[in-house]
Design a protein around this ligand. Structure first.
Ligand code: CA
Ligand code: CA
Length: 298
């Protein structure tokens, strides 16, 4: 299996980023990731000891990985096989950033142990549900920093991007130039306070190329066969419309169905959901009930 260290990372997705690993089409890669604060956010009396550098919230994404045979116009299929989180997660709130910043009366920096598949906060014990915040390829246009989501993927903060799911990303550069990071041991829809359980991780993915076929926005299929079209924009209204359009385009290319009847049907079997409202662009997703078109494939 190909391995990638968390020391090889980018803070912007770019066509001109130099690959740090080259893999063949269909390769399985194990990728170590730092948390979004470069593993350096420290609470008082943090059990991890002193930080090794400044706690910059720069969303380092390990990569980029060059996938042989991927060309613009193709799709990179990324099967997420496993997400193994570290022993601790970090969180913080302040009066800057996040949907609830105006309600914060005292900033918090917190280190939260991840033990036996659970975390505990404010007396509430909760199961971990690891997901990937930042995952993408080089974008079509100019560089996009790892703070922002877009058509290339990036900081989509979508909790269904978890082990068992398969993400389809539109390729814009030779080799795709894939990277991922910003793993959360758990996160609720919206990422209301601005962070999830931010943690280092090791992620195992299988990367393969779908030739000559591409959607405008990332598409995700979860372990139950539910499809999601994930789109980002300056506000939620626009993100919602873009994701619904993306789902309609996806279905219409693959299913023989009357155009206007599909619009009727979408109101019954599609669900508009919020991924996150705290990044430079906001992310919405439209999901499709698996019973509607069983066997629907990319
Ligand atoms: Ca994020
Ligand atoms: Ca994060």
């Amino acid at each position: 299996m190909d391995m990638l260290s968390s020391e090889r990372y980018i803070t912007a997705f770019s066509k001109s980023a130099a690959p740090v690993l080259r893999v063949s089409d269909g390769a399985t890669v194990r990728i170590a990731t730092k948390d979004c604060y470069m593993d350096n956010l420290r609470a008082e009396n943090d059990p991890r000891g002193a930080a090794k550098g400044p706690a910059i919230g720069c969303n380092p994404a390990s990569g980029p990985v060059f996938i042989e045979g991927a060309w613009p116009g193709d799709t990179l299929k990324c099967e997420i096989l496993a997400i193994d989180v570290g022993d601790y997660a970090s969180m913080r709130i302040s009066n800057h950033g996040g949907l609830m910043a105006d309600r914060v009366t005292a900033p918090i920096v917190r280190c939260i142990p991840l033990r036996d598949g659970h975390a505990e906060l404010a007396g509430v014990r909760m199961p971990l549900d690891p997901m990937i915040g930042v995952i993408g390829v080089a974008p079509e246009g100019g560089d996009v920093d790892t703070e922002s989501p877009g058509a290339h993927g990036g900081n989509m903060d979508t909790r269904h991007i978890r082990a068992g799911s398969t993400l389809y990303l539109p390729v814009a550069a030779e080799g795709a130039l894939f990277a991922l990071g910003d793993v959360h041991a758990r996160m609720g829809d919206g990422e209301i306070c601005i962070c999830g359980l931010e943690c280092p991780a090791e992620v195992t993915v299988c990367l393969s190329v779908v030739h000559g076929k591409r959607e405008k926005w990332p598409m995700l299929k979860d372990e139950r066969g539910r499809w999601y079209a994930i789109a980002s924009a300056a506000d939620l209204d626009e993100a919602a419309k873009l994701s619904a359009d993306a789902m309609m385009d996806f279905i219409e290319k693959r299913v023989a169905i009357d155009h206007n009847e599909l619009i009727l049907l979408m109101s019954l079997v599609c669900h508009l959901e919020i991924s996150q409202v705290v990044d430079p662009l906001l992310t919405a997703r439209t999901s499709l009930d698996p019973f509607a078109f069983p066997g629907l494939d990319f």
